[in-house]
Design a binder for this molecule. Sequence first.
Ligand code: SAH
Length: 259
Amino acid sequence: MPHDDFPAGSVWLVGAGPGDPDLLTRKALRLIEAADIVFYDALVGPGILDPIPAATERVSVGKRSGRHSRDQGTIDTLIVAAAQIGQRVVRLKGGDPAVFGRTAEEVAACNVAGVPVRICPGITAASAAVAAAGTSLTLRGVARRLTLVTAHAQAGAPLDLDWRVLADRDATLGIYMGRTAAATVTQQLLAAGRHPDTPVLVVVNASLHDERIIRGRLSSLAFLVEAISASDPAILIVGEEVGTTPIAAPVRLREAARQ
Ligand code: SAH
């Protein structure tokens, strides 16, 4: 049955997931294939762009922390303008559009312009990271709260987080854009009473072929991230459950398939 959820002149904000094209939802794929134009972020990898039909316009809006990219206002203007000339617009975002994705701004811009806009969720980096490590974001009776935070402050501003709340033993923290602020995060969490032996997990390029999983303790977090290149996305997970035994023998399916 044909879908009627993508009329000309409308916008879909689509979650591309963490990078592995297999982690795109079927709906995301369908929308990408139906679009006239796709605006995509730097974190959206090449494998994800492959299914875009050759005739579809592709526009990189290059959003990546610390790099030259189009500012949010320009992106809002571009997607609205494309819809206003009658194009079916996909705005493809890394992970889930609802997690540190500036989705509210884009939805607001569409609303103001009277352009219909909808959201297709995606798999967020925190989910992909713990899946890669064979562990979980919550642990029954121990890690009962999941807090997703960004450690990327607005230019010049200090990290304005409620460290006392984040230092609770039962809170798991998924820290996005946390590489450069790792030392501050550690210092603040320890000062607020989080135990230095709290397990931490750093996952670089989660779900991609060059994925790296680094395990350690909160006291050494700043040291653990030192080896990560600034151009690779990395997520930090802090919490009791990431120290629990992972899947007995993590099977790297894709690697196994290659052998
Ligand atoms: N909307 C995205 C997050 C955007 S913020 C999501 O839901 O995942 C960008 C940050 O997400 C990066 O700096 C990094 O901390 C994290 N991230 C995104 N993709 C990642 C990946 N494949 N591996 C590890 N971290 C990732």
